[in-house]
Write a protein that binds this ligand. Structure first.
Ligand code: UTP
Length: 477
C-alpha cells in the first residue's frame, strides 16, 4: 500500500466508526505532524474502542453491580498469618521453599510505573519522587535497595522489570542512568512501555489534544500482561530461568517486594496468580475486596460492592468480607504468557474513569476544562484473577505491606507514608528488644540495603557490632 492508500483506508475506518473529526485539522498540519497523527491513529483499535463506548457510555450504570449480592458472593478464603490462627509449620515450610526458589534464580521483580500520578500532581515519573523519611531516597532507589539486599542474602542477581508508558519512558531510564542504576547491574534492569488508549468525551468522540494528536492515556496496570509479552520481557525471563514474577506498584515503599514466604506458598499451591490481602481497617474502607464469585476469587471495587454486604459481620463480630486488596501479587510466568497473548476481544475488561482532560475545541482552540469532560479507559490487574485456573490469597500485616503515596495531603500521602515508615522502624527495633524513649517527633530510618524485612532486620541487628545510638535523624545501615 502507498502512503496515500494507507491514509485513505484509515480515514474510511474512522468515518465509519463515527470518529471522522480526528482528521478535521489534518490539512493544516506540517508533514511531520501529519506522520505523528497517522501513527497514533493506526495504533487505535477501533473495534475495542467502540465496544467500550457501547458498554460504558451507551448503557450507563451508576449503581453497584446488581449481580453482586448475598446469593452470588462469598468471602474469599485466605491463608492466615500464624498469629491469627494460621499454621506456623506451613509458614515455616513456605519460607524454606520460597528461599530455595529465590536462590535458584526463579524470581523476577516487576514494578508497574506507567501511571500518570495525576492525584499527586508530580511532574515526571512517580518513581523519582523522594519518599524515604530522612535520606529522601526515591521510590526507585528504595526498591533497588530491597532487591540488592535480597541479592546479597540469597547470593543471586534478581532481574527487575519496570513497566513505563510512552509518556514517562525516557525520563524513567534517564533517572536510572543518572544514578548508576542505584547500584544494580544495568543489564538486569529492563524497561518497557505499556500501550496508550484513546480518551473520549461523553458522546463517545475521541478527544483531540492538539491538531496533530489525540488524547491518550496508559491503558491501566492490567495492560501489564500484554506489555510483558509484546515487549519481549517474558521471553527474557524465560531465558533467565525465571518462572515467578513479583508484581508491585511504584507508590508503595513498604511492600516487601522479595517475599520468600509468599513465593513459597505460591509455588507449593501451584498457583497461577497469588495475592496478598490485609484485613480491612473498617467495613467501608476504600479498597477492593477479595470475594468468591462463580467459584473464582475476584476483587470487587468498593464502589461496585453493595454497602450492606461490605458491612456484614461474622459470628465473632468481625468484618465478614474483610480481605482488602493491596495490589501485591505473584504471577506464574506461563500464566502471563497465556493472558498476554490473548486477542483483544478476550483480554481483560476496561473500566472507565471520568476525568478532566485538556482538549482542542472544534474551532481549533486549546481548552483546559474546569469540570470533568471525558473518559479514560483502564484495565485492572486484579481482573486477571478470574482468568487463572488456580489462585491463592495470603494474609499480610498492613504495617509491613501497605502505605501508598497517592495524594498530596491527607489519606495516602507522603505524610502518612513517613509516619508508617517511622512506625515500621520502631516495630522492627522492638522485635530486637530495643525500645525507644521519646518516640514522638523522632525520625529513624532503616536502609533497606541493610535489611529487607523484619526477620532480616532481627538477624542483621544481632550481627551489628557497633549499634548506632538511636537519636532523631539516625539511619540504620
Ligand atoms: P494508580 O491507580 O494509583 O494510578 O496506579 P496513578 O496513575 O499512579 O495515579 P492517579 O490515579 O493518576 O493519581 C497504581 C499503580 O499502577 C501503575 C501506577 O504507576 C502505579 O504504580 N499504573 C497505573 C500503570 O503502570 N499503568 C497505568 O495505566 C495505570
Amino acid at each position: 500500500m502507498t502512503r496515500e492508500e494507507i491514509i485513505k483506508a484509515l480515514k474510511t475506518r474512522f468515518v465509519k466508526a463515527g470518529q471522522a473529526h480526528v482528521f478535521d485539522f489534518y490539512e493544516d498540519l506540517e508533514e511531520q505532524e501529519k506522520s505523528i497523527l497517522i501513527k497514533q491513529l493506526r495504533s487505535v483499535n477501533l473495534e475495542v474502542l467502540e465496544a467500550q463506548i457501547i458498554s460504558h457510555i451507551s448503557e450507563v450504570k451508576d449503581d453497584p453491580d446488581s449481580s453482586y449480592n448475598e446469593d452470588t458472593l462469598k468471602p474469599s478464603s485466605y491463608i492466615q498469618l500464624p498469629e491469627n490462627g494460621g499454621s506456623m509449620e506451613a509458614w515455616e515450610s513456605a519460607q524454606i521453599e520460597g528461599e530455595r526458589a529465590i536462590r535458584s534464580g526463579r524470581l523476577a521483580a516487576f514494578t508497574v510505573a506507567g501511571g500518570q500520578g495525576t492525584r499527586l500532581g508530580f511532574d515526571g515519573p512517580k518513581g523519582i519522587l523522594p519518599v524515604s523519611i530522612i535520606s529522601k531516597k526515591s521510590f526507585f532507589e528504595v526498591f533497588a535497595d530491597k532487591i540488592m539486599r535480597a541479592n546479597q542474602r540469597y547470593d543471586i542477581s534478581i532481574p527487575w522489570f519496570i513497566m513505563t508508558s510512552e509518556i514517562n519512558h525516557r525520563a524513567t531510564i534517564d533517572a536510572f542512568e543518572a544514578n548508576n542504576y542505584f547500584g544494580l547491574k544495568k543489564d538486569l534492569v529492563s524497561f518497557f512501555p505499556q500501550s496508550l488508549f484513546p480518551a473520549v468525551d461523553f458522546n463517545g468522540k475521541i478527544i483531540m489534544e492538539s491538531k496533530s494528536s489525540i488524547a491518550r492515556s496508559p491503558n491501566g496496570h492490567g495492560g501489564a500482561f500484554k506489555a510483558l509479552v509484546e515487549s519481549g520481557a517474558v521471553e527474557k525471563m524465560k531465558k533467565l530461568g525465571v518462572d515467578v514474577i513479583s508484581y508491585f506498584q511504584i507508590d508503595n515503599p513498604l511492600i516487601p517486594c522479595i517475599d520468600p514466604i509468599f513465593i513459597g506458598f505460591h509455588l507449593s499451591e501451584k498457583s497461577e496468580l497469588s495475592s496478598k490481602m490485609i484485613p480491612k481497617a473498617y467495613p467501608l474502607e476504600k479498597v477492593g475486596t477479595f470475594c468468591e464469585y462463580k467459584g473464582k476469587d475476584i476483587v470487587i471495587e468498593y464502589s461496585d460492592m453493595p454497602k450492606e454486604i461490605q458491612e456484614k459481620v461474622d459470628s465473632n463480630g468481625e468484618i465478614l468480607y474483610r480481605s482488602g486488596s493491596v495490589a501485591i501479587h505473584l504471577f506464574d510466568r506461563n500464566f502471563v504468557e497465556f493472558l498476554g497473548g490473548f486477542s483483544n476481544e478476550d483480554s481483560l475488561p476496561y473500566h472507565k474513569a471520568i476525568k478532566k482532560i485538556p482538549y482542542l475545541d472544534r474551532s481549533g482552540i486549546n481548552q483546559v476544562p474546569e469540570k470533568e469532560n471525558g473518559i479514560k479507559f483502564e484495565m485492572f490487574v486484579f481482573d486477571a484473577l478470574a482468568k487463572a485456573s488456580k489462585t491463592i490469597i495470603i494474609e499480610g500485616l498492613r504495617n509491613d505491606n501497605f502505605s501508598p503515596v497517592k495524594n498530596t495531603k491527607g489519606v495516602d500521602s507522603l505524610d502518612t507514608c513517613h509516619k508508617d515508615q517511622m512506625e515500621q522502624s520502631i516495630r522492627w527495633l522492638e522485635a530486637c528488644g530495643v525500645f525507644l524513649d521519646n518516640k514522638e517527633g523522632k525520625a529513624i530510618e532503616i536502609n533497606y540495603r541493610f535489611a529487607m524485612d523484619k526477620e532480616d532486620f532481627i538477624y542483621q541487628w544481632s550481627r551489628l557490632k557497633n549499634k548506632p545510638s538511636l537519636k532523631d535523624g539516625t539511619i540504620i545501615e
